[in-house]
Design a protein around this ligand. Structure first.
Ligand SMILES: [Zn+2]
Length: 723
């Protein structure tokens, strides 16, 4: 047996003492009652025999007498994969199937070879992610299977999970949402030399160890006892690959018993609990409770209820689970899918049905808890940062941001936590009293570099209709007090960015409407909407005109969806100019209209009210400016904006008009000012608090005037036409 397979499977009675030391030399598979089931290679088996413990050699689990229903790639091409997954692929069929996923779903799947086994077989991951070639600011998640080559249920369940995700994207809302919010990596077989122990065309004779007889699940660096056996190529490939990733959660799949086993393996729970022990129990019972609801009685009831802390079952060193939890800040558990290690392929569809909901639920847990980005407060550049929960984290359970986006993801059981953010060269920020809830995601974005009070403000971002997205996020986020919030509105193709609005008002940044890249300081809750516009219209968003003269006989018109700004602009006698903007018209210094020239500036009534509409050429009002000399406004720019706090009617007026305030506070005086179109103040008066006032333009010439109202800290402007 040893000569042929390189390993032996045997059983002995659990000794009173010394099992820990023994587990360092032989590979304990499971302990049921007082029976220890174990594997050993030649060297470790002679060590064991030297201990004179009575033992019994068992049939090797990889030696089976049923039909393995092996399928070649040619066989698989002739079947509909969605029908049934009741087969095992040859090695070539497995590799072809992986690349078939990439070829068939090039936008969703990429096959990444992370290395080779001892014998040169491929170690393959399927990366599953919309825009698969991009690194998105979402959690990275990993499933792997069959690091024990003879434990094969997870091999097929992993392949089927890849297929299930790819074929349901865009079809099933829950799957689509899951894939949009997680980057999923699946490696169906970590030990192909063990699985295809004798040749590529059969799983018969599969072994636990790799070709060197080494148990790969005892081969990882360990905080208590480093592995005795030299690190194997399969282990090195996994370590090197995952060093380039920021996996948040993962699991590795096995067989031989039916249960879920959560960290740590290296200690009993009395000796050392994982910082998120309570979260582990929560997600582990979610896993098995869901399985139990969809499986026959008795399935996945190992260790009584199907859930065990690793070390409470039996302590081992060098496990993959402890490596990821202890060294990589990744929450990984060990999933034991079937009592029969090399599962009869006829039972694979049932095992999929028992488990697939739980497999998806567990991925989804990576989207819950505390998420966000950490960036430099001055530059907005994403930072490599540590997110640590004082009084909670231990043994490297803290998480880190991932570049290039600076995003972090921290699954955790609901509760109230203080969160500490730190990065090199930057001041540390601690946010206190953050409430987190199960099955909810809270996005806290942290700017490092400035002092922070620890307070957070809610900044909500939404998009009106369709047409674009906002980076770094949309939805509700929390920013620390004093953080510069860097927003980027990115239009979809065929659209352009129009404006930011808040409570129906256009958002201003200094004197300008805020642009696509809008930066502001978080000092209060905000509720921003990004508005995009179809590019079908020819009308630009902003128009700036300067150094232009409109001469006698010329009739020009300028339209902008948002703002028109003019400066050094002269209308000579006999010239006519119209300015029609969606939100805002600014006449800067150097604007002049000669006597006999015409300038009209107005806010568009609706989407059709622009220059290129023939009816709009009927000039509703012309502003003749009486001038003996050029009228130049030198120090005042006039803004005409729609405002929400007063109304003017009738407008146009023959002289008398009413100014009506929409709200009134008795303790606030109101100042009304009237300006000419070029910025001369004609009238200013403070009025006692009341809702409406009668004002007169009877003594002024026909034309357009600006009414400016100052009430408390509110300032609003409206234009009024004197006929
Ligand atoms: Zn195993």
């Amino acid at each position: 047996m040893l000569e042929k397979k390189g390993e032996v499977y045997f059983m002995f009675q659990k000794p009173e003492t010394g099992l820990y030391q023994l587990s360092n030399r032989i590979s304990i598979d499971k302990i049921l009652d007082r029976n220890v089931y174990a594997y050993a290679n030649e060297a470790s088996f002679s060590y064991f025999i030297g201990l004179n413990i009575p033992f019994e050699v068992l049939d090797h689990p990889g030696d089976v007498d049923f039909d393995l229903n092996m399928k070649t790639w040619e066989d698989l091409l002739m079947r509909d994969l969605t029908e049934s997954w009741d087969f095992y692929p040859t090695y070539e069929a497995y590799v072809s199937l992986m690349y078939y996923f990439e070829d068939t779903f090039p936008d969703l799947a990429e096959i990444v070879k992370i290395g080779e086994s001892v014998l040169g077989r491929d170690l393959l991951f399927a990366k599953i992610s919309p825009q698969v070639n991009e690194r998105r600011p979402v959690p990275q998640f990993m499933y792997t299977s069959t690091m024990h080559g003879d434990e094969t249920a997870g091999f097929i369940l992993s392949l089927r999970l890849i297929h299930h995700l790819l074929t349901n994207y865009g079809e099933d809302d829950a799957i689509t949402d899951l894939m949009n919010n997680v980057e999923i990596w699946i490696c169906p077989n970590e030990n192909p030399d063990g699985t295809y122990r004798f040749n590529n065309s059969t799983l018969a004779g599969a072994t636990r160890g790799n070709i060197n007889g080494v148990d790969l699940n005892r081969n990882y660096p360990n905080p208590v006892n480093d592995p005795l056996q030299v690190q194997q190529p399969e282990t090195t490939a996994m370590i090197n690959f995952t060093d380039t990733m920021n996996f948040i959660m993962s699991a590795n799949m096995h067989g031989g018993i039916e249960l879920v086993n959560f960290p740590f393996d290296s200690w009993t729970s009395n000796q050392n609990k994982h910082a998120d022990h309570d979260w582990w129990e929560f997600v582990m019972y979610e896993y098995v409770d869901t399985v139990h609801a969809h499986s026959p009685a008795g399935y996945m009831t190992g260790m009584g209820d199907g859930v065990t802390h690793g070390g409470d079952w039996y302590v081992i060193y060098g496990s993959r689970q402890d490596y990821f939890n202890y060294y990589k800040s990744c929450r990984e558990f060990t999933l034991e899918l079937s009592n029969q290690k090399l599962l009869n392929p006829a039972l694979l569809p049932a095992h999929w049905d028992y488990n697939y909901r739980s497999l998806l639920n567990y991925i989804r847990q990576s989207t819950y808890g505390l998420h966000g980005t950490v960036y430099d407060n001055e530059t907005g550049e994403p930072l490599l940062a540590e997110i640590y929960i004082p009084g909670h984290d231990s043994d490297n359970s803290q998480v880190y941001t991932a570049l290039p986006h600076g995003n972090y993801n921290r699954p955790i059981l609901e509760g109230t936590y203080d969160i500490r953010y730190s990065a090199e060269i930057h001041n540390t920020v601690t946010i206190t009293g953050v409430d987190l809830f199960n099955y909810h995601t809270k996005n806290i974005h942290i700017a490092l570099g400035a002092e922070s009070s620890g307070e957070i403000f809610e900044i909500s971002l939404s998009i009106e209709g369709e047409g674009g997205k906002v980076l770094p996020y949309s939805g509700t986020g929390y920013f620390n007090d004093g953080a510069n919030v860097f927003l980027n509105a990115i239009p979809d193709s065929g659209y352009q960015f129009l404006k930011w609005t808040e409570n129906g008002e256009i958002v201003m940044d200094d004197d300008e409407p805020a642009g696509e890249a809008y930066v502001f300081t978080a000092e209060a809750d905000r509720n921003l909407v990004a508005v995009f516009q179809s590019e079908e219209t020819d009308i630009p968003v902003h128009v700036e005109i300067s150094d232009q003269v409109v001469t006698d006989g010329e009739d020009v018109c300028f339209s902008a969806l948002l703002t028109i700004t003019i400066s050094n602009f002269a209308v000579e006698a006999g010239g006519s100019t119209r300015l029609i903007a969606g939100e805002n018209i600014r006449l800067l210094s150097g604007t002049s209209v000669a006597a006999g020239g015409y300038l009209q500036a107005r806010i568009a009534a609706d989407a059709n009210d622009y220059c290129d509409i023939p009816e709009a050429k009927e000039i509703a009002s012309v502003v003749p400016v009486d001038s003996k000399e050029d009228i130049v406004s030198t120090d005042l720019s006039i803004e005409i904006r729609e405002n929400g706090f007063f109304k003017i009617y009738p407008n146009p007026t023959d002289g008398m008009f009413t100014l009506e305030l929409t709200t009134i506070k008795p303790d606030q005086n109101t100042t009304v000012e009237i300006y000419s179109m070029v910025g001369d103040r004609l009238f200013s008066e403070e009025l006692h608090p009341q809702r409406s006032y009668e004002l007169s333009l009877e003594h002024y010439q026909p034309g357009m005037y600006i009414i400016r109202v100052i009430k408390g800290d509110q300032v609003g402007m409206e234009r009024v036409i004197r006929r």
